[in-house]
Design a protein around this ligand. Structure first.
Ligand code: AVJ
Length: 329
């Protein structure tokens, strides 16, 4: 953006590059190598994720947008807040545009780890909505967050789209929902997109698209490590793998070494055996009841749930449950 509009504010609380290096070295040092999926989203990774949302097999994004278009006014009414709207992991901006039109908050605060992507998307929204204060925060929302003081006084609601909650294992997901609950007012609510359990063949197709965009997205993590951490992954030696783990109710993505590999990162050296995998993502799937149980464990009560006719995707409206002795509405 050449000329940020006056209603646009950018708060950079981005994690330091040192954190990325330390996390990658720790992840590759484990007996079962793994990295957090939050590292997918460098500029190229954010672009590739956008491309995934357009492949025919990847149903979540278009299904969630359909739900927002169809039920947006009712969702806004349930959210019931015209103060401040947080968005966690502001991905594609179509979703938030639909919700902003229905809810009409005074302040919009997207929180995203991807700096350039956030600046661009949030800046465009500020331009198109001159009445709306946009306070974009570049941060890792999976960690405790110190809110800019200007945002502390408003009535707050939150939107957590895309089933990104599925990236966290159950205990982490509960803790994250608790932290989001703490961001809300006693009367504030949360709208969260949650991918539903379904025929594993549909899940398999969604994470193994024919055009190979998901594979490229997965492999881009190695490109990013090579570039930012001066590492020497041989990209041709790793292949994308994604499957539904029925026991754990999650899609898993891995990068599997075709042959034995040795990789150097910043003075460290890591070996892969032939067939050894680097686990790059979990994407948990939930029944409506399973998600409500998880939310309840985080102190959030269900005040509405919407799903499409094919039961592919759900959106839940949750509200901090009244604490005994508390003053919730
Ligand atoms: C944005 C985390 C919800 O798990 O479906 C898409 C990311 N990974 N294809 C998902 C993703 C592979 C996506 N989330």
């Amino acid at each position: 953006m050449n000329n940020p509009p006056a209603n646009f504010h950018f708060h950079d609380l981005q994690p330091a590059a040192a954190d990325f290096r330390a996390d990658v070295i720790a992840g590759l040092s484990r007996a079962r190598k793994s990295l957090s999926p939050k590292f997918f989203y460098d500029n190229r990774g954010s672009q590739l994720f956008d491309a995934i949302t357009r492949v025919p097999e990847y149903y979540p994004t278009r299904t969630e947008i359909g739900l927002l278009q169809r039920h947006g006014p009712e969702m806004a009414e349930r959210l019931g807040n015209d103060g401040l709207l947080f968005e966690l992991g502001s991905g594609s901006d179509i979703k938030i545009r639909v919700l902003l039109n229905a809810l009409r908050p005074r302040i919009y605060t997207p929180i995203d780890i991807s700096h350039a992507h956030l600046r661009q998307a949030a800046g465009a929204i500020a331009e198109d909505h001159p009445q709306l204060e946009v306070h974009a925060i570049c941060a890792d929302y999976s960690r405790p967050l110190d809110l800019p003081a200007a945002l502390k006084r408003e009535q707050r609601a939150a939107f957590f789209p895309g089933s990104s909650i599925g990236n966290f294992d159950p205990v982490q997901a509960r803790d994250l929902l608790r932290r989001i609950a703490a961001l809300l007012d006693p009367g504030g609510s949360l709208l969260v997109g949650v991918d539903l359990k379904k025929d594993p063949a549909l899940l398999h197709a969604a994470y193994n698209d024919r055009a190979g965009v998901t594979a490229e997205f997965n492999l881009n993590l190695l490109t990013r490590i090579n570039r930012e951490l001066d590492a020497d992954f041989d990209l041709a030696a790793f292949r994308h793998q994604a499957f539904y783990n029925e026991t754990l109710g999650r899609v898993e993505m891995h990068l599997v070494a075709a042959t034995a590999q040795r990789v150097h990162i910043n003075g460290h050296s890591f070996s892969f055996q032939a067939g050894e995998s680097l686990h790059t993502e979990n994407s948990y799937k939930f029944s409506v009841e399973e998600f409500q149980t998880l939310a309840a464990a985080a102190g959030l009560a269900s005040v509405g749930v919407w799903q499409d006719d094919d039961a592919l995707f759900s959106i839940h409206c949750l509200r901090p449950a009244q604490r005994p002795g508390g003053h919730g509405k």
